[in-house]
Design a protein around this ligand. Structure first.
Ligand SMILES: Nc1ncnc2c1ncn2[C@@H]1O[C@H](COP(=O)(O)OP(=O)(O)OP(=O)(O)O)[C@@H](O)[C@H]1O
Ligand SMILES: [Mg+2]
Length: 359
């Protein structure tokens, strides 16, 4: 059977509908989603942008016994606190300026189905409290009303920030985090599951050819090393965009990496995107070389402070020397405050010249 055909849920490892991936990471995700979907558990989907979080959230809904109920998506990062509050929980007429009629919130709209809360990390502390209550008690009040509303809505949330970090930084409530993180589904970036790239590329070529009602460009083995060498910072979405472009630009011909703007293998390898602009000896190139050396030679954990500190100290010492140790001149040349410069020089200790200091 082709891996793209509809599958029955009898096979616990079967791909999810419309989700491509044969490597171990995706197979593990298929298994997890198939197990959790039929339950009431809250699911937290975590992954970089474009890794397929929304696709997974939909799969949880489609494979649940709520599939016939509503699926409602709310992007929590797109609205400010008060708009998001009334979007999620609704409001009554007159609750605030502009509330000219009653509004049903998305939690109510998703009753009997699933609500997908995207970019959950951007939710404000006040709304985090309200969400926690819905998760714990299934109840809330509309904005401007004291009547309590009960709903039966399953929550799936997504984030591309590590919520643990947000909890640590005091931006996200730990009790809400634990409540959301009942079943985490982590989607690895595409560069960590390169085995899926070719299948995905073929899938998107066909998909976009079908959408445009044209023939897909002919697949060529020459494109494969190019696809494999790219780092895919935009993950699956970036790959999809290249293939959508290929359908348009290579119409009737063969797939051509150059035509669709994919960097060739040798141009790309081991170079960050910006390096194509660099020339040997220019400043960005030199900075990149220094940073690369720092990464290779300095211990983990000390990297930022040591590297940035060493570069800054070298800069200050050379400028001080050029300015014959006159701090006011050096501060001017550097474009930093004189007191800041003085403090840095004192921190360097033996390199500061307090006795002979010329100001
Ligand atoms: N494994 C996959 N198989 C098929 N299509 C995929 C897969 N993963 C992602 N896609 C497609 O890639 C695009 C981006 O996926 P999606 O919108 O789910 O990413 P996301 O993680 O929600 O991104 P963002 O954080 O930017 O919102 C969509 O068109 C989606 O259908
Ligand atoms: Mg998304």
């Amino acid at each position: 059977m082709s891996k793209f055909q509809p599958v029955t849920s009898a096979d616990p490892n079967a791909p999810l509908p419309g989700v491509v991936g044969t490597g171990s990471a995706m197979t593990e995700i298929f298994r997890l989603v198939r197990r959790v979907a039929p339950t009431q558990a809250t699911v937290l989907v975590v992954g970089e942008t474009g890794t397929g979080k929304e696709l997974i959230a939909r799969s949880v809904h489609v494979l649940s016994n709520r599939a016939d109920g509503p699926y409602v998506r709310v992007n929590c990062g797109a609205l400010n606190e008060s708009l998001l509050e009334s979007e999620l929980f609704g409001h009554i007429k007159g609750a605030f300026t502009g509330a000219i009629e009653n509004k049903t919130g998305r939690f109510e709209a998703a009753h009997g189905g699933t609500i997908f809360l995207d970019e959950i990390s951007s939710m404000s502390p006040k709304l985090q409290v309200k969400l926690l209550r819905v998760l714990q008690e299934n109840e809330f009040e509309r904005v401007g009303e004291s009547k309590t509303i009960r709903v039966d809505t399953r929550v799936v949330a997504a984030t591309n920030q590590l919520l643990e970090d947000e909890v640590e930084a005091g931006n996200f409530r730990d009790d809400l985090y634990y409540r959301l993180n009942v079943v985490p589904v982590y989607l690895p970036p595409l560069r960590e599951r390169k085995g899926d790239i070719i299948d995905l590329a073929r899938h998107f070529l066909k998909r976009h050819a079908d959408i445009n009602k044209v023939e897909a460009p002919e697949w060529t083995a020459a494109i494969e090393p190019v696809l494999m060498a790219h780092d895919w910072p935009g993950n699956v979405r970036e790959l999809e965009n290249y293939m959508a472009r290929a359908v348009v630009l290579c119409r009737g011909g063969t797939l051509d990496a150059h035509a669709i703007g994919l960097p060739g293998r040798s141009e790309r390898r081991y170079k960050p995107a910006a390096s194509s602009k660099g020339r040997p000896g220019d400043l960005p190139t030199l900075v990149r070389q220094i940073v690369r050396m720092g990464i290779q030679s300095l211990p983990d954990g000390a990297l930022h402070d040591r590297l940035v500190g060493d570069v800054e100290r070298e800069l200050i010492e050379q400028v001080m020397s050029d300015c014959e140790q006159v701090q006011v001149k050096a501060a001017q040349k550097l474009g930093i405050n004189r007191n800041t410069l003085h403090k840095k020089l004192s921190d360097y200790g033996d390199h500061a010249t307090p006795a002979a200091e010329k100001v």
